[in-house]
Design a protein around this ligand. Structure first.
Ligand code: F6R
Length: 619
């Protein structure tokens, strides 16, 4: 989830580019850089940290009002970037823009190039020399290889050699009036001004300069000059499209046209999950987590796995426990980090302890991880933030690639954590030889299809969810019931509901109903039942009958084509079919949306609920 800004026109562009980056700051980043082309030469400045560091490195000094005081160099074409590290550490070398061998081609990229290792090996063999650890740098070298005087053609050929999930923009020292960009899944927009044009990953980057936006679609390449933009498809056929007039104010633009960050982040889930799994599933029957630096011998011989986390991250761990035990047959113990750290746990050398924390800064999770490490366990951090404390306190790190989450309620960070737990489960199974090759291949294929199933669900369930929210938002209590892999989804659904709507909500293992909670039920209680395909569905159906017998409304989350769930509920919200262990990553979506719509109907601030902050570092 990086930020791209490019400019070509008649005005000196350094400060325009930095101003564009500032407008993308809300997306979060760990480093930034800018390349300017002037007199046939490209100059680049990159810096780790915030834009003040980039400004200092570029010799741009803010005056008292924060405006730029030093005269900008006259370059009228350039590229700039803010990076949220995915491949390669947070260093100046890994910050974008990246150049080719002779510094003639510069590129900025957002997303992931899945086949970067193959391409790097091939290009190295042909004599290309790389100066960063990133997948992005490959693109500069590919364009170099394909360039014979026509930048658009070189980008088109390079684009056809890439696999993945990305958008990039390129310039060439010989082409002082041309930027070329390409899109595969990640957003790319051209802003058209008079005698100038911008390229950006999001509209706010150029909104102060122009409101005419040309949206680039998947599989398209756009050539941008001061006179305008021309689009082709990947085969080189021209594409005709008119620019749109953007009516948004700045605040709406930051939210990509959404009313709230939370809603925007819910819709980012197909992308963030795709980025999290992309290159880690390089073959049809192999998971590649070699980035973990844990020796396969340890994985093969370890005694058990312990997962520690808080809140939503704890729920992702619970899903992970089912997946790991099911596929890898290793015992998994789960604990809430704030309990684990104070209970003098028995943990030692043969244990793998996984700390899940999206921020990487939650005090209880860090303390639990440190305690386990002191006692000799191998500690793995599963986090979304490069360079966070958890990454420094762990023996190995697995990153989710959700990008910055601004809404306090975790949504896309949850599904990316679950996706990462699935990867881990399959990887451990692969090393312990507990999963037949055919089954592994099946699950990998299913996992690869998950981003599309997430998209399908987001496209299909909203009206039903809104109807439930409309009917129930003035209620006094929500109950969530599930079994097996559905239970963590209920816990997470109930957490979302109480966190942003302030309506008391509880989640229970459906089998526990008869031991007390059934007393809560009457005609006024909406009961959300996660009744997706699983070995315990039969039992879940009986629990739903019990609930209905007490007059409560049953809202079921069902796998598509489950007539018995539809019969046993007042409303069945269907989600696409997938392997039952993978259902939770899709089943959570209607529950996120339900909490969201209930809170919005109550007029609440879903991005910043009361009493909550994004990272809980206090003890
Ligand atoms: C709920 C939520 C919290 C966090 C918890 C742990 O929507 O966001 O429950 O999941 O505070 O935070 P991390 O994952 O940063 O350790």
């Amino acid at each position: 989830m990086c930020g791209i800004v490019g400019y070509v026109g008649k005005r000196p562009c350094r400060d325009l580019l930095v101003a564009g980056l500032e407008k993308l700051e809300y997306r979060g980043y760990d480093s930034a850089g800018i390349s300017l082309l002037e007199d046939g030469r490209i100059d680049t400045v990159r810096a780790v940290g915030n834009l003040a560091n980039l400004r200092a490195a570029a010799g741009i000094e803010p005056d008292g009002d924060g405006a730029v005081a030093v005269a900008a160099p006259p370059a009228t074409i350039g590229l700039a970037h803010t990076r949220w590290a995915t491949h390669g550490r947070v260093t100046e070398e890994n910050a974008h823009p990246h150049g080719d061998c002779s510094d003639a081609v510069h590129i900025v990229l957002n997303g992931i190039v899945e086949n970067h290792s193959e391409l790097r090996a091939e290009l190295s063999e042909q004599g290309h020399v790389f100066s960063s650890e990133t997948d992005a740098e490959i693109v500069a070298h590919l364009i170099e290889r394909n360039y014979d005087g026509d930048l658009t053609e070189a980008v088109r050929r390079s684009f056809n050699e890439l696999r993945g999930h990305y958008a990039f923009a390129a310039m060439h020292a010989e082409q002082p009036e041309t930027l070329v960009a390409a899109r595969q899944e990640c957003p790319l927009i051209v802003g058209l001004g008079s005698d100038e044009a911008f390229i950006a990953s999001a509209i706010p980057a150029f909104l102060a300069e122009t409101r005419r936006a040309l949206i680039i679609e998947n599989g398209e390449i756009v050539t941008v000059t001061p006179e305008g933009a021309s689009i082709t498809d990947a085969a080189g056929n021209p594409v005709e499209r008119d620019a749109d007039q953007v009516e948004w104010d700045e605040d709406t633009a930051e939210k990509g046209g959404y009313a709230t960050f939370m809603r925007k982040e819910i819709d980012e889930q197909p992308d963030s999950v795709a980025e999290t799994i992309a290159d880690r599933l390089p073959d049809r029957d192999r998971v590649d987590l070699s980035e973990l630096e844990i020796v396969p011998e340890f994985i093969a011989g370890m005694r058990r796995i312990v997962i520690v986390a808080c809140g939503t991250s704890y729920h992702a761990g619970l899903v992970g426990r089912y997946a790991i035990e099911q596929w890898a047959r290793v015992p998994v113990e789960m604990d809430i980090a704030s309990e684990y750290r104070y209970r003098d746990p028995v943990v030692g050398e043969d244990d793998l302890v996984i700390g899940i924390t999206q921020s990487g800064e939650t005090a209880d999770t860090l303390a639990a991880m440190r305690l386990a490490r002191e006692r000799g366990a191998k500690v793995l951090a599963l986090t979304n933030v490069m360079g966070s404390q958890a990454t420094r306190d762990a023996d190995a790190v697995l990153y989710t690639r959700a990008g910055l989450e601004i809404g306090v309620a975790a949504t896309k960070t949850f599904t990316t954590q679950v996706a990462a737990m699935y990867l881990l489960g399959l990887w451990v199974a692969q090393h312990r030889g507990t999963i037949p090759d055919e089954r592994l291949a099946e699950l990998i294929a299913e996992l690869k299809a998950i981003p599309h199933k997430i998209q399908e669900t987001l496209d299909s369930v909203e009206d039903q969810v809104k109807a439930v929210a409309r009917a129930e938002h003035e209620g006094r209590f929500f109950l969530y019931l599930g079994r097996n892999i559905g239970l963590p989804i209920c816990l997470e659904g109930a957490l979302k509901m109480k966190e942003i709507s302030y309506i008391p909500s509880d989640a229970y293992a459906a089998g526990e109903m008869k031991h007390g909670p059934i007393a809560l039920l009457d005609e006024s209680t909406p009961v959300v039942c996660v009744a997706t395909e699983s070995p315990t569905l039969e039992k879940m159906l009986s629990n739903m009958e019990e609930v209905r017998a007490r007059g409560a409304d049953v809202i079921a989350i069902a796998t598509e084509g489950s007539p018995r769930v539809a019969e046993a509920s007042d409303l069945a919200i269907e989600i696409p079919r997938t392997d039952w262990v993978l259902q939770p990553i899709v089943a959570i979506l209607p529950l996120q949306l339900l909490a969201y719509h209930v809170a919005r109907m109550l007029g609440l601030n879903v991005d910043q609920p009361r009493n909550l902050a994004k990272t809980v570092t206090v003890e």
